[in-house]
Design a protein around this ligand. Structure first.
Ligand code: SF4
Length: 487
């Protein structure tokens, strides 16, 4: 099916259905328990204990590095970033991130007594990690080379900003240093939308970067783009999606704009009246989904698409797709070490988050301490609910039999209340129960409400949803003049 042809499709819910489900603010379940339920901590003892347990159990984690600077503010952004064009700022924070990394690696070596550390994949995110000065970036890659077990390390990825002097030479340098996957922030190609969100990157700019040599140098190329942006229309997003398909990335991440000007003050820079109306926005997502599927991409899960040849598609078919704090991952684990200000990881039974404020982060790292500020220990019940929620996000299914076997529970009794609540979704045609195989499957109509179905299994749902930037440290980090003065 192509653009514009789905409107009579019964698969697409009516406006009143979206109004019913999208009226309440509920968390997005890339983490469970969600951050509203995490507690501030003053020490790193639980972090160290969990790290010991993880490496003793021989589970191999992923690693995420968060670089917190960007040269310019995109108005839609909800990442943790500080705006600065000064290379000195980039150098100072990269130095602290490198120190944190070395401290962490030394700790792991002490635990295992081995010279080489097992990590299965690494992701540089931000912020804009591609503004890290190349000499410092090379140093980090050298630290990986000397400390990591090359047998287990399968992927090193970086988020690429196509602006700020990015060119073929720089991309090939990343490849030479060991990066084998890139993710490019496209967001939207329409001139009016780009002006409204303060981010100009043209089709020609990105086409010019993706030369034959560049394409051959990386095993996978991802594009991020956003629906629901100011000035976006069904026609403009259609043109953007067509250009994206023409550029032929392996993966596409089609994100929903999180409009929270109460938290992200820079979102006040565009007019609310320029935002597409809610139903219009959902139609944009539906039409984009149909277009990408008709163009050879498979839907991996909520907002994610990949070619059948990409690892994500292959691992989904093998039932080995995980969703860690950083998104979908092919065959890695849920466990993720995280370094850099504000980064979020999962180790064993805990989620951990690093300090946001750059000065506090730097001084904690300089004392050779883990800069953790917030944590959440999973109870056994949290683990069971996490499994159900992540199966919904990765496979759009609930597997009562498998969950019952894995956790030794009677699924029907354990989730008696939740199963009653699911009836509403079954009656509305969003979910089907197949008795013969004892599985619940989300229907095409229901795919727009997966997050609401996940919400049924959230035992903390009575607590009000809060953005992690509403925590004391997160709010403090919004004071950018202070942040820049103190660094
Ligand atoms: S969208 Fe990316 S480049 Fe833009 S401000 Fe956010 S982190 Fe920086």
């Amino acid at each position: 099916m192509i653009f514009g042809s789905h409107n009579n499709s019964k698969a697409f819910p009516e406006k009143k259905e979206f109004e019913k489900f999208l009226k309440d603010r509920i968390p997005f379940y890339n983490l469970y328990p969600t951050q509203s339920n995490w507690k501030d901590v003053k020490e790193d003892k639980n972090y160290i204990k969990e790290l010991e347990n993880l490496y003793k159990s021989e589970i191999i984690p992923s690693l995420y590095l968060h670089f917190p600077f960007c040269p310019k503010q995109c108005y839609f952004c909800h990442c943790y970033t500080v705006i600065s064009k000064k290379e000195d700022h980039y150098r100072q924070i990269t130095k602290s991130i490198t120190d944190e990394l070395i401290n962490l690696f030394n700790l792991i070596k002490k635990i295992t007594g081995k010279k080489k550390i097992k990590i299965n994949n690494i992701h540089f995110g931000g912020g804009t990690p591609t503004v890290i000065p190349m000499d410092l970036f090379s140093e980090i890659m050298q630290i990986f080379k000397s400390n990591l077990d090359e047998e287990t390390l399968q992927e090193i990825a970086i988020e690429v900003d196509p602006r700020n002097g990015m060119d073929e030479k720089k991309l090939l340098k990343y490849s030479e240093l060991g990066i084998n996957r890139i993710s490019i922030g496209v967001q939207d190609f329409d001139d009016n939308v780009q002006l409204a969100v303060n981010r100009i990157n043209s089709f020609e700019m990105i086409n010019g970067l993706l030369t034959k040599k560049v394409r051959e140098s990386f095993r996978s190329i991802n594009f991020d783009f956003i629906y629901g942006l100011p000035k976006q229309t069904k026609e403009s997003i259609k043109r953007t999606a067509e250009k994206i398909v023409e550029l032929n990335p392996d993966r596409i991440h089609c994100l929903n704009l999180e409009h929270r000007p109460d938290v992200y003050k820079h979102q006040k820079a565009y007019k609310e009246t320029d935002l597409p109306e809610m139903y219009n926005k959902m139609e944009m997502y539906q039409e984009t989904t149909e277009f990408l599927e008709s163009s050879g991409y498979e839907r991996i899960g909520l907002h994610k698409f990949a070619k059948p040849t990409d690892l994500l598609s292959k691992y989904k078919k093998l039932n080995k797709l995980y969703r860690n704090p950083n998104g979908y991952s092919p065959g890695w684990t849920y466990n993720m070490l995280a370094v850099g200000p504000s980064s979020t990881g999962k180790i064993g039974d805990y989620y951990f988050q690093n300090i946001y404020s750059l000065d506090d982060y730097k001084s904690t790292v300089s004392k050779n301490k883990i800069p953790v500020i917030r944590e959440k220990k999973w109870s056994i019940e949290d683990g069971i609910r996490h499994k159900v929620i992540m199966d919904l996000l990765s496979y759009e299914k609930i597997y009562p039999k498998k969950v019952a076997e894995q956790f030794n529970i009677n699924f029907e009794k354990y989730f008696h209340r939740e199963l009653l609540n699911l009836n509403e979704f079954i009656e509305d045609g969003y979910l089907e129960f197949k008795k013969d195989i004892e599985e619940y499957t989300v229907t095409a109509r229901g795919s727009h409400f997966i997050n609401n179905i996940c919400h049924v299994f959230d035992s903390y749902s009575d607590l009000q949803y809060a953005s992690h930037r509403e925590f004391k440290d997160g709010v403090k980090s919004f004071d950018r003049s202070r942040v820049l003065k103190e660094i």
